[in-house]
Design a protein around this ligand. Structure first.
Ligand code: FMN
Length: 382
């Protein structure tokens, strides 16, 4: 029989495959090696920020402040995420407006007294991982009070804001962006998704205004354009400002796959640095199969502007994310619930330890928890 000469690489591949088949795979276990060469673990750029990988902790309300102040519990949550390997952490919603202060467990940033504690958070996160970027999520709850309110549409006290109220809100956002900048954080994300104030301006379903803030897309994004303009006056063009948007409102007459790209094109003109794609129905439960996962992909793929795209919602498999990343349309992936259960998931995936999917089963237990306790997984207790 003629001997076949194979390369060293082929030999290693064959022996690894054979060993896997005979031992671990034979026992029904998954054999993984490290993923150092995966695109999701390659550096990526948003504005002037260099992220060490493409996995971002999506904004997740921590419910861990006391009297609106940063606590050790809050700091530990963020430190664990940084140590766990996320390339960037987006905080849960922060309290940008005194008049919408409704939960003393939310970190309040509506006046300059917050700056020292924001500096502490920055230092602690940097100590956990000097490369991990730290982003503050800015929001106004609008007529839905509370990060976990799920009674949209139909909240009774809905009313149109007066022009001077809009002006004050624009200034409030810009002032808060200025504070985060002063505290030395890496950027902010403006929350214009789900069911909160800015999303209700963007959506034709909720925005019934007849003035210059309603009607056309240009009018519906006007409040965001004004926030961006005032914020840029305070922090300049280098400070990273991302925006989180609904690709779909999941309601007839709301934002959908056809209208979303135009909204993004208009928002691109305001000088944002990245688009984080979510949807009003963002907490889909029990996503397990590949078809159910990464469930806002089609909306993110419909975007036709040249900005970094963060895809958030149902990202559960390192292999699927890598496949999506290889298509070169999606630059970053936001993960919320999986990192509640496993703050160290990015590092685990990178090392190729265990299965390629997240342990999180998307039961939404953590979402129930934040009603009256600090963020944790109901299975791990941490
Ligand atoms: C407990 C909890 C709190 C959340 N808080 C926020 C928040 O403060 N701001 C936000 O934009 N999204 C928030 N979300 C939504 C997530 O950022 C994300 O869009 C959603 O959970 C889908 O991603 P996932 O499948 O990775 O969990 C929260 C989700 C959960 C589970």
């Amino acid at each position: 029989m003629k001997e076949k000469i194979i390369s060293r690489r082929e030999f290693l591949e064959l022996t690894a495959a054979a060993a896997g088949a005979m031992t671990l795979q034979g026992l029904g276990c998954t054999v993984n090696s490290g993923r150092e060469d995966y695109k999701i673990f390659s550096p990526g750029q948003i504005a002037n920020l260099q992220l060490k990988n493409r996995l971002i902790r999506s904004a997740t309300y921590e419910g861990a402040a006391a009297s609106g102040e940063v606590t050790d519990t809050y700091v530990k949550l963020l430190r664990d995420l940084a140590a766990g390997g996320a390339g960037m952490i987006i905080t849960g919603v922060l309290g940008v407006f005194k008049e919408t202060e409704y939960d003393e467990r939310m970190v309040q940033i509506y006046d300059d007294r917050c700056i020292n504690s924001l500096v502490r958070v920055r230092d602690e996160v940097r100590a956990a991982d000097s490369e991990c970027k730290l982003i503050a999520q800015m929001y106004h709850p609008g007529y839905v009070v509370g990060p976990s309110a799920n009674n949209w549409p139909g909240k009774p006290e809905r009313r149109a804001l007066a022009a001077d109220e809009i002006t004050a809100i624009v200034t409030g956002f810009a002032d808060a962006v200025g504070r985060v900048h002063e505290a030395g954080w890496d950027g902010v994300e403006i929350h214009a998704a789900h069911q909160y104030l800015l999303a209700s301006f963007l959506s034709p379903y909720t925005n019934k205004r007849e003035d210059s803030y309603g009607g056309s897309v240009e009018n519906r994004i006007r409040i965001i354009a004004e926030i961006m303009s005032e914020a840029r006056d305070r922090v300049g063009s280098d400070f990273m400002i991302a925006i989180k948007l609904n690709g779909t409102d999941d309601v007839d007459g709301g934002i959908d796959i056809d209208s979303f790209p135009e909204i993004v094109r208009e928002i691109d003109q305001t000088g944002v640095d990245a688009i984080d794609v979510s949807g009003r129905n963002c907490l889909k439960p029990y996503v397990s199969t590949a078809l159910q996962q990464s469930y806002f992909l089609q909306y993110a793929e419909a975007i036709d502007v040249d900005l970094p795209i963060i895809l958030t919602g149902g990202n559960r498999s390192a292999e699927l994310l890598e496949e999506i990343a290889q298509e070169n349309k999606i630059d970053f992936f936001g993960l919320s619930r999986p990192l509640v259960r496993e703050p160290g998931l990015p590092n685990r995936w990178l090392a190729g330890e265990g299965k390629a999917t997240a342990d999180c089963i998307s039961c939404n237990g953590c979402f129930g928890i934040i009603e009256n306790d600090s963020l944790h997984c109901i299975f791990t207790g941490t």
